[in-house]
Design a binder for this molecule. Structure first.
Ligand code: PMP
Length: 363
């Protein structure tokens, strides 16, 4: 089995699994309980928070959530509603994950004005984002790395420039695909454990000091009232273990990418959709072969890839089109996303299978 769908999710690493098991059997107290067992669990959470902050190289707060979908919802609704007296203008992009684009639609229904920028219409996308923010803008929201093509937006450049001109505009960054891979800058930043070999069902929201955020979930007032609900201590502990196990300064992805692109260049009718992108995501169109046909053909060979994005479930992705991919090419897009355990040999086997698939199905 060759797993090339790591942008959809990753295999939990051994460190994460054993941390979760140990925590479940030894440290199952409710972190809100006042006794020793509760305090033990609270310590686990505090340690995980410190690890997240140190990996992000930031000071501030960490709130644990059920995943980045919830983190994005919390940041977007939580800041927009907290700031609505000051203004109603929001700037975002047309390439966001649905956990950002759907909340944006809801905010439009509530009377917010949302401006969507498309990379394909901008010469320099960072400059376009910076210039779109004005004194009326309360929130700028964008992703560090796009999940479909790996397209990178330099969050450091955008954040620093926007905050310099408009310090009161909150910058929310969807850091899911960028975490542990590129530097992340924002007043609030969403993270997800299962993209970095943690376990599904836990994520985090970083918040810089002084940023106002209203809760989306009301209840027992855990996590400073920002996110009520008993914290999943075991998943949080596994998230911390995954972050600690994830290496810094990875060079392997660029080697794997280089090899894959060399192979793709040998095949005819391949269009590379990943431009200005991270090394671990390579999106390309196999002209004349529909994505799903290729996906299932590769699956028969034991190779797992994605058709564009696992989140768009067969629908033509608005993000691909905003990144300049034609509908026809989007219909034959294949996304290969690496983990550190993938090998050059696996890429060779993918290339052979692609060539076979092209021969059999190209129309
Ligand atoms: N944002 C991006 C860019 C993603 O790729 C994903 C996961 N596909 C999410 C948000 C949602 O994360 P989660 O699965 O943790 O809810």
């Amino acid at each position: 089995m060759i797993y090339f769908d790591n942008a959809a999710t990753t295999k939990p690493c051994e460190e994460a699994v054993s941390a979760a098991v140990k925590c479940m059997s030894e440290c199952y107290g409710n972190p809100s309980s006042l006794h020793k067992m509760g305090i033990g669990s609270e310590k686990v959470i505090d340690s995980a928070k410190k690890t997240m902050l140190s990996r992000l190289n930031k000071e501030g707060e960490i709130y644990f959530t059920s995943g980045a979908t919830e983190s994005n919802n919390l940041a977007i609704f939580g800041t927009a509603r907290a700031l609505k007296r000051r203004g109603n203008r929001i700037v975002t992009t047309a390439i966001e994950h649905p956990s950002v684009s759907e909340p944006m639609k809801k905010l439009e229904e509530e009377g917010f004005e949302v401006v969507y920028l498309k990379p394909c219409e901008c010469e320099n996308f960072e400059d376009a984002l910076i210039n779109a923010v004005d004194e009326k803008t309360i929130l700028l929201c964008f992703m560090a790395v796009n999940n479909e093509t790996g397209f990178i937006i330099d969050s450091k450049k955008v954040y620093n420039s926007v905050k310099k001109r408009f310090p009161s505009c909150v910058v929310h960054l969807d850091g899911v695909q960028g975490f542990c891979k590129v530097p992340l800058f924002g007043d609030t930043i969403s993270l997800s454990a299962h993209k970095i070999h943690g376990i599904k069902g836990v994520g985090a929201l970083y918040k810089a000091k002084g940023v106002r955020l209203l809760p989306n979930v009301y209840g027992g007032g855990q996590q400073g009232g920002i996110r009520s609900g008993t914290e999943p201590v075991d998943l949080i502990c596994a998230f911390e273990a995954a972050v600690k196990a994830y290496p810094q300064n990875i060079t392997k992805f660029s080697e794997l990418r280089h090899t894959l692109i060399q192979h793709l260049e040998q095949l005819e009718g391949i269009i590379l959709n990943s431009k200005n992108s991270v090394d671990n995501i390579v999106n390309f169109s196999v002209q004349g072969v529909r994505s799903e046909i290729m996906l299932h053909f590769l699956e028969e060979k034991g190779i797992f890839v994605s058709s564009g994005s696992a989140c768009s479930r067969g629908k033509v992705s608005p993000a691909l089109s905003a990144l300049g991919v034609s509908d026809k090419d989007a219909d034959s897009a294949v996304r290969v996303s690496f983990s550190l355990s993938n090998t050059e040999e696996e890429i060779g086997r993918l290339a052979i299978a692609l060539a076979e698939g092209i021969k059999r199905f190209r129309r």
